[in-house]
Design a protein around this ligand. Structure first.
Ligand code: NAP
Length: 248
């Protein structure tokens, strides 16, 4: 059983750094052409160069996924440049942590706008292209925090929990069109997002992970590759945790 994504084209939001970068490179290694969406142009062009070095086609579009017009333009341009879209990975995400009593309106709005509205904007823009492909895939990167909650992350948990509901609703809508829609819920993964956690907090968090360690971006990318593949064609509306047993 090998995964072969030759001839498929994937758009990966936030595909230039961290988990998104691992997803970009993982899908490209399996044969897919990649459209990368992010805001940092230097990182975006760097990962595109890496994908091209693997012999795949790749394009970068600078875009804030929270902006519907920018998202539509980026998706349309990537589709034109790459000739189609059959896989979308909604990975772009941010945190603005703080306890509820002190949470500012902007902390709430910015997190929900990027993490949840961003996935809506990109998915809506890409939907008509995905439906034209034979084996469309939408994969949303949520979080175990959206399933089990976390103090100091009411905004993030709401955005990621919302993404689970979004995944299931769109899965039901698009199943008759042969498109699967799934979510991957990582636990703690080594990226810039978790680098700010201090050593003491990290030690305590690690104790809550049965596997006894943080995950790597490639652990998430492997789950995405499976869900993007033909091996997962009868799996839809599922939330796959990649958390070393932290959430089960
Ligand atoms: P990261 O290293 O901070 O990377 C986040 C990515 O999202 C970057 O590529 C960033 O690119 C992009 N991004 C952020 N805001 C954006 C916007 N408005 N428009 C377009 N792109 C945007 O984070 P990560 O750890 O890889 O996280 C990736 C995803 O996994 C996120 O959805 C996160 O919530 C989720 N997750 C992470 C963990 C973890 O432990 N790391 C756990 C569970 C879930 P630019 O800065 O260039 O825009």
């Amino acid at each position: 059983m090998n995964i072969d994504l030759t001839g498929r084209t994937a758009i990966v939001t936030g595909g230039a750094r961290g988990i998104g970068r691992a997803i970009t490179l993982g899908l490209a290694e399996l044969g897919a052409d990649i459209g990368v969406i992010a805001r940092n142009e230097e990182a975006g062009h760097a990962v595109v160069d890496q994908v091209r070095a693997l012999g795949r086609r790749a394009e970068f579009r600078r875009c804030d996924v929270a902006d519907a017009d920018e998202a539509k333009t980026a998706v349309d341009e990537l589709r034109t440049a790459l000739g189609g879209v059959s896989i979308v990975v909604n990975n772009a995400g941010i945190t603005r942590d703080g306890l509820l009593l002190r949470m500012k309106d902007d902390d709430w709005t910015s997190v929900v706008d990027v993490n949840l509205r961003g996935a809506f904007n990109v998915t809506r823009a890409a939907c008509k292209y995905i439906m034209k492909s034979q084996n469309g895939r939408i994969i949303n990167i949520t979080s175990v925090v959206g399933l089990i909650g976390n103090p100091g992350q009411a905004n993030y948990a709401a955005s990621k929990g919302g993404l689970v509901g979004f995944t299931k609703a769109v899965a039901k809508e698009l199943a008759p069109r042969g498109v699967t829609v799934n979510a991957v819920a990582p636990g703690y993964i080594e990226t810039d997002m978790t680098a700010a956690i201090d050593d003491k907090a990290r030690e305590n968090l690690t104790k809550a992970i049965p596997a006894g360690r943080y995950g790597q971006p490639e652990d998430v990318a492997n789950a995405v590759a499976f869900l993007a593949s033909d091996l997962a064609s009868y799996i839809t509306g599922h939330v796959l945790t990649v958390s070393g047993g932290m959430a089960m």
